[in-house]
Design a protein around this ligand. Sequence first.
Ligand SMILES: Nc1nc2c(ncn2[C@@H]2O[C@H](COP(=O)(O)OP(=O)(O)OP(=O)(O)O)[C@@H](O)[C@H]2O)c(=O)[nH]1
Ligand SMILES: [Mg+2]
Length: 420
Amino acid sequence: MNKTPRSSRIHIAIFGRRNAGKSSLINAITGQDTSLVSPVKGTTTDPVYKSMELLPVGPVVFIDTAGIDDEGSLGELRKKKTMEILNRSEAALIVFDSTEKDTSLEIELVKMIDQKNIPFMCILNKCDLEKKIQWSGLNGIPLVETSAVEKTGIKTLKEKLVKILPKDNEKFRIVGNLVNPGDFVVLVVPIDKAAPKGRLILPQQQTIRDILESDAIAVVTKEYELKETLENLGRKPGLVITDSQAFLKVSADTPKDIPMTSFSILFARSKGDLSELVKGAASIDKLKDGDKILIAEACTHHRQSDDIGTVKIPRWIRQHTGKKLVFEFSSGMSFPGDIEKYSLVVHCGSCMINRQELLYRIQNAKSSGVPIVNYGVLIAFIHGILDRALKPFPYTSIVWDEIKREEYDYANHGKSTKHY
Ligand SMILES: Nc1nc2c(ncn2[C@@H]2O[C@H](COP(=O)(O)OP(=O)(O)OP(=O)(O)O)[C@@H](O)[C@H]2O)c(=O)[nH]1
Ligand SMILES: [Mg+2]
């Protein structure tokens, strides 16, 4: 169960003031004593992630956080940090310390979370001790009473938590809504030097799993055996999915009436807003000399000599545009605040962050007026395969056709006919 990647789990953040018992509660909920608990205020400093299987929901990850009262009030920095965690959370737990009189911080937090439309639940902890809490302003807020030390109320807490979480089938699927039960889905997986030894990469494994969950049939082949595979299947497959590198050969070998796309496009769709990312790709052709481009990676991985983010993507964009561009790089869980200065944001494939966080980043770029594309859509665009790869997604395909039509009109008549 711990093999489920963290980014595929439902993220549940826990907030409250220092010493409210946040870490103790996470230990009690998960049944593991791995979060550091102590009577010293401020024990937890950076967010701590703890995975578990919460039945019947499935894999979840709890995010233990630092107390919200670090600076005496919900100061700007603390608000920013809390927001960063909220942006990657699908639900929140707010812990009240029943031995504290003042609840103003917690109520401020409830308002912040409610405004973001994130489902939340309040917990009144330390109920084994004498209550000093004053209830003003707390009317109507659903509350579960617990003692993390005596482990009371934990079962009720879990039962209520399950009810507020998004259902698994509401989460975005990879191929789920593209294929029908019984369909063949052909996956084209090149086994070249870049492929890891002895295994398939995570997006390929996750796609196969999703095909099986859809009661469809996964057929895996290399690009050289594709033609033979298609000829011998006996009926048309519902979908062909290929690695972007082999797209041109696979496209030539796959009859036009068979829907075909790439892993990178499927993941861009399941992780983010495909139409917005496609608009971002189109803006590559509008880049000018001196424009700044931000390449944002969510993780801090070991960089190889031909690293995708720092080497390949800048090279592809320079070759494609022929412009003198300035590339800047960011990595890690926080997105730079001053993105207005960029003409384009190129985001990584987001295997380390969840859909919620990527959607937030896309929204952030959009509201700053900066186009955003991700690696998957950019690769498809640079390889000239977007037309066919988007056909299985009618809405995005229309958006893409409109962009091309506008560019055609602009090039031929010097005016734009459509604003998007
Ligand atoms: N009596 C009682 N003590 C509790 C309860 N929950 C936590 N504590 C105690 O309160 C202290 C703080 O607990 P933590 O779980 O470290 O609190 P926290 O909210 O994670 O604190 P920070 O990480 O410092 O923000 C510890 O001494 C716990 O044993 C409870 O339900 N009842
Ligand atoms: Mg703690």
